[in-house]
Design a protein around this ligand. Structure first.
Ligand code: XLS
Ligand code: CA
Ligand code: CA
Length: 441
């Protein structure tokens, strides 16, 4: 059965196309620096936003109209798998991601929940056999059910901790079964509301123990996916332990976990942490910790995690600049952790949204590749720091100085001369590259 009958396979038609169901910039076969666009961008559909969510927001019930609305329980779960593979094929997206509870209903007991998961995992595995679509990552939902009221791996209740461990154990088994390239930990309830009732040290120690046990179990069963932590500063918890990449990195280093993990960086979580998307990507990249990306965007006028489809070309350009400088994303990808707006409630909006996101990242990729090819920012930055390539600067970076030598040098300095940072000029150049790419030059 087809769920999106009216919609045919989305093709690349070029920037002059007026067809709403066509890519204008995303051309999977196009070669950028000797690699196919498709291989660099590694797009992924987020199962929860596209097949499970219904448009509910903190003030209103769902608005989405979906062809599977009349179904319930496992029948509903199965219909979603069918619809998902239809959408993946039609959009020509190579990856998808899910939480355990997105694909199969949670039952009253853990054992029954496992049984539901087994049924749907087998079905997904079957669909994957006839498709080139792969699982970018899976994860465990350890935030929706009331048992996680005080957290999961940081809960004050050891029974909850054990339950969460069982969920992740099963998740790794499912990931292995489906050949997941990564496994994600996002700690939405791993944090605290007030220090008055919180043993922060015990919670952090327990979280680290949890991660070590996950690493051990992955080794035990031969799961070779990459482990990713997804930082977020707040929402739903007031203070989340994986606040941002820098905080998460310090945690991983503290507990001797940094060799087993990388980061899944989400644009909207960067915004909530008071950073730009490119800042978070840069911090991950320069520390060798950039694993994967949740490609969405936030809204500075709404204070929560709006998970919008990415359409800001400036942001996709600067993001792809980091990705290219990273030498690509390896096992990671660009996962659209993004939802259609509540007012975009028709099924075809799911296609418009993904097309917009894919085209926006394709443009970002092209502009970033051109900027890098012409060494626009590289040459400027290299020149800006040229004082470290000779004289006292070279002595500093090569470790030949101490405070005595630097003082001696400083005392004989006359008037210190600085040079302009040229921020406005650089922004104008980025705009020029963007507009040239858009006009097909
Ligand atoms: C929520 C997070 C979540 C993770 C996966 O804000 O983005 O969806 O990506 O649990
Ligand atoms: Ca996310
Ligand atoms: Ca989010």
């Amino acid at each position: 059965m087809a769920y999106f009958e009216e919609i045919n396979k989305i093709q690349y038609e070029g920037s002059s196309s007026k067809n709403p169901f066509a890519f204008k910039y995303y051309n999977p076969e196009e070669s950028i620096n000797g690699k196919k666009m498709e291989e660099i961008l590694r797009f992924s559909v987020a199962y929860w936003h596209t097949f499970t969510a219904d448009g509910t927001d903190p003030f209103g019930v769902g608005t989405a109209i979906r062809p599977w609305d009349h179904l319930k329980g496992l029948d509903l779960a199965k219909a979603r798998v069918e619809a998902a593979f239809e959408l993946f094929e039609k959009l020509n997206v190579p990856f998808f991601c899910f939480h355990d509870s997105d694909i199969a209903p949670e039952a009253d007991t853990l054992k029954e929940t496992y049984e539901n998961l087994d049924v749907i995992t087998a079905m997904i595995k079957d669909y994957m056999k006839d498709s080139k679509v792969k699982l970018l990552w899976n994860t465990a939902n350890m935030f929706t059910h009331p048992r996680y009221v005080h957290g999961a791996a940081t809960s004050s209740n050891a029974d909850v901790y054990a339950f969460a461990a069982a969920k992740v154990k099963k998740g790794l088994e499912v990931g292995k079964e489906l050949g997941a390239e990564n496994y994600v930990f996002w700690g939405g309830r791993e944090g605290y509301e007030t220090l008055l009732n919180t043993d922060m040290k015990l919670e952090l120690d327990n979280l680290a123990r949890f991660f070590h046990m996950a690493v051990d179990y992955a080794k035990e069963i031969g799961f070779d996916g990459q482990f990713l932590i997804e930082p977020k500063p707040k929402e739903p918890t007031k203070h989340q332990y994986d606040f941002d990449v820098a905080t998460g990195h310090a945690f991983l280093q503290n507990y001797d976990l940094d060799k087993y993990f990388k980061f899944n960086v989400e644009a909207n979580h960067a915004t909530l942490a008071g950073h730009t998307f490119e800042h978070e990507l840069r911090v991950a990249r320069i520390n060798g910790m950039l694993g994967s990306v949740d490609a969405n965007q936030g809204d500075t006028l709404i204070g929560w995690d709006t998970d919008e489809f990415p359409t800001d070309l400036y942001s996709t350009t600067l993001a792809m600049y980091e990705v290219l400088q990273n030498g690509g994303l390896g096992k990671g990808g660009l996962n659209f952790d993004a939802k259609v707006r509540r007012g975009s409630f028709e099924a075809e909006d799911l296609f418009h949204a993904h097309i917009a996101g894919m085209d926006s990242f394709a443009i970002g990729l092209k502009v970033a590749a051109k900027l890098l090819e012409d060494r626009v920012l590289e040459d400027f930055v290299a020149d800006r720091y040229s004082s470290y390539t000779e004289g006292i600067g070279l002595d500093i970076v090569e470790g030949r100085t101490d405070f005595h030598k630097l003082e001696e040098y400083a005392l004989q300095l006359g008037n210190i001369q600085n040079r302009s940072g040229r921020q406005e000029r650089l922004k104008a150049i980025v705009n020029q590259y963007l507009l040239e790419t858009l006009s097909g030059k």
